[in-house]
Design a protein around this ligand. Structure first.
Ligand code: PSU
Ligand code: MN
Length: 310
């Protein structure tokens, strides 16, 4: 037995899924605790699980409840993370503190990848990954999501990086870390609220099968680390580029003025952008993450076929 197993609670559905090599999709919970307001957060979390199920996979929303690492939160636990005030945004750095002190945490992309790796789950859907912040040369603010992508063997299905980041520098870091960044049905890296960031990707896949093949090949070759599948927001939900960009600039100005730094900055910016776009960004966020859950389920189904040798 590994040392880590005693810290994990794997729910029955996920445990059965793991036992029988069924397709499973990991989902994060910082989006619940810090990324969206109540009640949109819980509505979105529940509909992601529904979409994953409808597309033939088992959902496993990760989180920490009173010091226990949950591989698959139940509805009550999701509600708890959605409503409670002092939930800790938990990235790699925070895990020992939150678990060791018996606290509760919403897991970031990095922490969710780590928990997925513990359980052996290879596919994970989220909204956007963290990355290199626009003023990183001064602030040194580079998300631990990128480092984790260089470590854990998990494919992260997302809508690119948030436009609050420096997308060009984020792609440079990912290249250095050896992380394949695959445009799904696109040659452009998406910018979360909008379909294109203006930065090209050098890899493209047009089907879940192709994504699964790249994953299988990478890990068969012992090239440890994650994969980013960048899935653009559906066109009908795309936010207005100019308005979003203005909102981001205003939000960055507010963050600077209020001295917001470290782990608080992403939730602060997202909240301000929502305010400045009168909710358009929240609607876009909800739509894109659902679209990612759908693709993740399809990829998980194809990947498990490859794993089972069929
Ligand atoms: N993007 C969103 N909503 C979020 C996040 C990103 O639109 O809630 C969260 C994710 O959990 C991501 C984290 O892993 O923010 C990155 O935070 P940081 O930059 O502090 O590493
Ligand atoms: Mn940061």
């Amino acid at each position: 037995m590994n040392n880590f197993t005693k810290y994990l609670d794997i729910n029955k559905e996920v445990l059965d899924g793991l036992r029988y090599y069924m397709p499973i999709v990991a989902l994060e919970s910082t989006i619940i605790s810090h990324g969206m307001p109540y009640p949109e957060n819980i509505e979105t979390a529940l509909s992601l699980e529904k979409i994953v199920r409808e597309n033939g996979a088992i959902p496993a929303t990760m989180g920490i409840i009173k010091g226990r690492i949950k591989i698959g939160l139940n509805r009550e636990e999701m509600e708890f993370l959605a409503k409670t005030k002092d939930i800790v945004k938990t990235s790699r750095r925070d895990i020992p503190y939150v678990v060791g002190m018996g606290l509760s945490g919403g897991t970031t992309v990095a922490a969710t990848m780590i928990f997925s790796q513990y359980a052996g789950i290879r596919v994970f859907a989220t909204g956007g990954i963290g990355g290199v912040h626009r003023n990183a040369a001064k602030s040194f603010d580079i998300s631990a999501d990128l480092t984790e992508l260089s470590n854990s063997n998990v494919a992260v299905i997302c809508s690119g990086g948030k436009a609050i980041l420096d997308i060009g520098l984020t792609l440079e870091r990912l290249e250095t870390f050896g992380v394949p960044v695959i445009g799904y049905g696109t040659d452009d890296f998406p910018a979360f609220y909008t379909r294109s960031s203006g930065h090209k990707v050098v890899m493209r896949a047009d089907s879940p099968q192709e994504c699964a093949k790249i994953m299988k090949t990478k890990w068969d070759l012992d090239l440890d680390g994650g994969i980013v599948v960048a899935n653009p927001i559906p066109a009908e939900y795309e936010a207005h580029r100019d308005i979003t960009e203005k909102a981001i600039e205003l939000a960055l100005y507010e963050a600077d003025k209020n001295g917001i730094t470290g782990k608080s900055i992403t939730p602060f910016l997202l909240d301000k952008i929502k305010e400045f776009t009168t909710g358009e960004s929240l609607a876009a966020n909800m739509a894109l993450v659902k679209n990612n859950a759908l693709l993740a389920a399809q990829i998980a189904v194809e990947y498990s076929k490859l794993e089972n040798g069929s």
